[in-house]
Design a protein around this ligand. Structure first.
Ligand SMILES: *Cc1c(COP(=O)(O)O)cnc(C)c1O
Length: 430
């Protein structure tokens, strides 16, 4: 698109990265359902493999449909580049992969998606990496957790499952002082409600599965690089700053500047880990993103109504939604998330664990599923599902105690959602 005017978010979500298909004029981005691409000649092939020319080789690395999605998401987040991949969890591994070595750690928020706590607690240990979990509202604790082997700080913008809002700026200041990248999982906020790079984040990761696609059809992920971090400054990130043996001694930071992380993510991350997004998935995600702002406005509007109704109901102990004036996060939310705090929150049911189980069984519009960010309203009892593998202390720290249910408020008629919760609470609480 022309550089004359800075386009607004609603324009970018439809146009960024896409142009009419050069071969056919097709207005919608075609699904390039192909594994490989014919080289013009042997010199062209060599230039592509040497990363001297940007183009398509093989769809484990790059694909034109996926490339449009990458540029769309990078533009919406205000980043230099993006890598799409097969899931949100893949995005987390691909984000850490260029930064970490065996023996290195990351400092991670206690308030994270349950699957992320699991990935960071146990699975990454198999790579020789580890995570130190801290309450990111306690800035001194974050500083104290950083040691010589720390390579990143990781948080969610609007944190799962309670919808707490993170002060990204303060964490970015700590990361800057320590010479570390701040990685923000922006899944629940989406770039419509929050653009972490503007608050100082280095990398943004997404589960594209959720609000970006928006209708529960795709499993996908993305990593956006701000392009602003100096990977060579501290000597702590040799994969990016030193000759990389996995790519015949190429120095990514020196060769690609602000796109070093993105090129590494594709040329080595996707090449060797193979967590690739497929072109069909990219197509569905592109379709979803075209309406992102409209959906997010409605998710917020509905969540505010439902949360206020629940808070006033006798059968509900408390509601964690940061958009409620009673929330300890309300002031922070108003400052950092002026368009609203999303559609995700938890509430505590007075009858405890058993009442929660009855509640999820009795709802008619809400679906009982392990997902969020769908046009449909969704509910889950985290303690018996997504956070089941965690200890009770970890569950409490993550805001997923046994008397809590998490809702992802959809874009239906808010009064219908309230009526459904009302009848199910009657069944659950007697
Ligand atoms: C769902 C989710 C993930 C994991 O994404 P998948 O696409 O399911 O792999 C990570 N972070 C957050 C905040 C999520 O909601």
């Amino acid at each position: 698109m022309s550089e004359k005017r800075e386009y607004g978010f609603e324009t970018l979500q439809i146009h960024a990265g896409a142009r009419p298909d050069p071969a056919t004029g097709a207005r919608q981005t075609p699904i390039y359902q192909t594994t490989a691409y014919v080289f013009r000649d042997a010199d062209h092939a060599a230039a592509l493999f040497n990363l001297q020319e940007v183009g398509y080789i093989y769809s484990r690395l790059t694909n034109p449909t996926v490339a449009v999605l990458q540029e769309r998401i990078a533009t919406m987040e205000g980043g230099a580049g993006a890598v799409c991949c097969s899931s949100g969890h893949a995005a987390q591994i691909l984000a850490l992969f260029p930064l970490m070595q065996p023996g290195c750690n990351l400092v991670a928020s206690t308030r994270l998606y349950g699957g992320t706590v699991q990935q960071f607690t146990n699975t990454i240990r198999k790579f020789g990496w580890s995570a130190k979990f801290v309450d990111t509202d306690d800035l001194d604790a974050v500083k104290a957790a950083i040691d010589d082997n720390t390579r990143a700080i990781f948080c969610e913008s609007i944190a799962n499952p309670g919808g707490y809002v993170t002060d990204i700026r303060s964490l970015a200041d700590i990361a800057d002082e320590a010479g570390l990248p701040l990685i923000v999982d922006n899944t629940s906020a989406t770039p419509y409600l929050c653009r972490p790079i503007e608050h100082g984040a280095t990398l943004v990761v997404h589960s594209v599965t959720k609000y970006l696609t928006g209708n529960g059809t795709v499993t996908g992920g993305a990593i956006v690089d701000s392009g602003k971090f100096d990977w060579a400054a501290s000597g702590k990130f040799p994969s990016l700053s030193e000759p990389e043996p996995a790519y015949h001694g190429l120095k990514f930071a020196e060769t690609f500047g602000p796109l070093a992380f993105t090129f590494y993510g594709i040329a080595i991350g996707l090449r060797d880990l193979g967590m690739t997004m497929n072109p069909q998935g990219a197509h569905y995600s592109l379709m979803g993103i075209e309406t992102l702002s409209l959906r997010m406005q409605r998710h917020v509007e509905n969540a505010e109504k439902v949360a206020a109704w629940l808070e006033a109901d006798d059968r509900v102990e408390y509601v964690t939604y940061a958009g409620l004036p009673s929330s300890p996060y309300y002031e922070r939310a108003k400052r950092h998330y002026p368009k609203g705090t999303g559609g995700l929150f938890t509430f505590a049911v007075k009858g405890g664990y058993d009442a929660c189980v009855k509640l999820v069984n009795s709802l008619e519009i809400f679906s009982h599923v392990a997902n969020l960010g769908d046009t449909r309203s969704l509910i889950i009892h985290s303690a018996s599902t997504t956070h089941r593998q965690l200890t009770e202390a970890q569950q409490e720290a993550a805001g997923a105690g046994p008397n809590l249910v998490r809702v992802s408020i959809g874009t239906e008629d808010a009064d219908d959602l309230i009526a459904d919760l009302d009848q199910a609470l009657t069944t659950a609480c007697g």
